[in-house]
Design a protein around this ligand. Structure first.
Ligand code: SR1
Ligand code: MG
Length: 407
């Protein structure tokens, strides 16, 4: 039955697991539910009523779930191989993969239902004090160890070749680097008061568009390391002690700042959301925003420290051991990260893949303010990216914009 690819239904998935794995016994009473809420794939959770054991099956179809555009199934291979590889580089920080099936384009993996999707937890102003340590660990280990500082030249080239990901890179080139700056918005795309700000100001700003073009060229040509490629808070499962990164289907050898910038941007969404939504009189809001500020600052700074430590301790070619070069490389990495943070912010406000943190702000005036603050932060990040050195400066810009921007 599972010898040719077809899109599985819930009942097929139970049959599939019994045939392809020995995770459950044939006597188990199993139930299956499709729980995916992403744009691209189908995610099934299967639970045994007797033992409570559970597992996830993620299946890719030949077209995207939301837009129905045709997409290569190779993204599923990249996702499976990457999860396994990232698990070796950063143990404990990704789910365990039990099976990858290229025919059905399915990955069978550990169920993380005891954790929360970080985006939705942040929208409730929950704090995760270990996050900056955990995400900086994940990024430093996966990125430094797949960079040319650490990886032997031939191995790095093989890794780059194996992870060419044209369909998914094409999506990012369009959604992140093109449409938000060239496709005029219509009513309903952003809050009414921000329509002319986007169409007549932001999209007419040639200096901004030149900076975006530079960053786009980086994305297309700067094969620094094997990046996750979609490291937003919807790709992170989290609890008070544990954090796991999922969904590396956008992975390819690209600019390191793309991952770091995505993390910074997505923390900003939660922070700005909290700031614009009316206080409920509790201390929760204040504490959350103080946490967000630290998380932004520390995620970058800890990453930079850990990345440096790895490249200093590993066997780096003599040419790359030169201190002045390393200092310049790290400066450029921070600059790229800040630029990408700006791009990710803009595309999630202006573009088609909007984030729940902003779009679920029900009050129109509050949502308009959140959008405007974010777009001003984004503009500053993109254009002034070379002026940033430390995470605290990034947090300071966000704080300042929250305080001063009015609509
Ligand atoms: C068509 S896919 C839209 C977005 O969802 C994914 O998570 C990526 O961020 C992509 O840009
Ligand atoms: Mg995803």
């Amino acid at each position: 039955m599972f010898e040719n690819h077809f899109r599985m239904q819930e009942s097929d998935v139970i049959q599939y697991l019994l045939e392809k794995t020995d995770f459950f016994s044939g006597d188990d009473k199993l139930s299956c539910k499709e729980i995916g809420d992403g744009n691209l794939n189908y995610v099934f959770r299967v639970v045994s009523e007797e033992t409570d054991k559970s597992i996830i099956v993620k299946q890719a179809d030949r077209s995207s779930r939301s837009s129905k555009r045709e997409l290569s199934l190779d993204r599923n291979r990249i996702e499976a191989e990457l999860l396994i590889y990232e698990g070796q580089l950063a143990p404990g920080l990704v789910p365990t993969v039990y099976l990858y099936d290229p025919v059905m384009a399915s990955v069978v993996m550990e169920d993380l239902s005891h954790l929360r999707i970080m985006r939705y937890a942040l929208m409730k102003e929950e704090r995760f004090p270990r996050f900056a340590e955990q995400i900086s660990d994940f990024m430093a280990k996966t990125l430094a160890n797949t960079s040319d500082f650490v990886m032997p030249s031939a191995e790095k080239k093989a890794l780059t070749g194996k992870n060419i990901n044209p369909d998914m890179c094409g999506i990012s080139e369009r959604l992140v680097y093109t449409e938000p700056y060239f496709k005029a918005l219509g009513p309903g795309d952003v809050a009414e008061v921000n329509l002319s700000y986007v169409n007549d100001d932001l999209q007419q700003d040639e200096a901004l568009k030149a900076a975006v073009a530079e960053l786009k060229m980086d994305f297309m040509t700067k094969a620094q390391a094997l990046i996750h490629g979609d490291l937003h808070t919807g790709s992170i499962f989290i609890g008070q002690d544990e954090m796991k990164v999922i969904d590396p289907e956008f992975a390819f050898a690209g600019p390191i700042g793309y991952d770091v910038g995505n993390v910074l941007a997505n923390l900003s969404f939660a922070w700005v959301r909290s700031a614009v939504m009316k206080a409920d009189g509790s201390e929760k809001k204040e504490q959350f925003q103080a946490w967000a500020e630290k998380a932004v600052a520390n995620s970058l700074d800890l990453f930079v420290d850990k990345f440096k430590k790895i490249i200093e301790s590993e066997k780096t070619a003599p040419s790359f051991r030169v201190q002045a070069f390393q200092a310049q490389y790290m400066r450029e990495l921070v600059c790229d990260s800040v630029g990408v943070a700006g791009l990710e912010i803009n595309r999630r406000v202006i573009g088609i893949a909007k984030v729940a943190d902003v779009k679920t702000i029900e009050n129109e005036a509050e949502r308009a303010l959140a959008e405007r603050i974010l777009m001003e932060i984004a503009r500053h990040f993109i254009q002034q990216r070379a002026s940033y050195r430390f995470g605290s400066e990034i947090a300071a810009t966000i704080k300042e914009m929250i305080k001063t921007i009015k609509v």
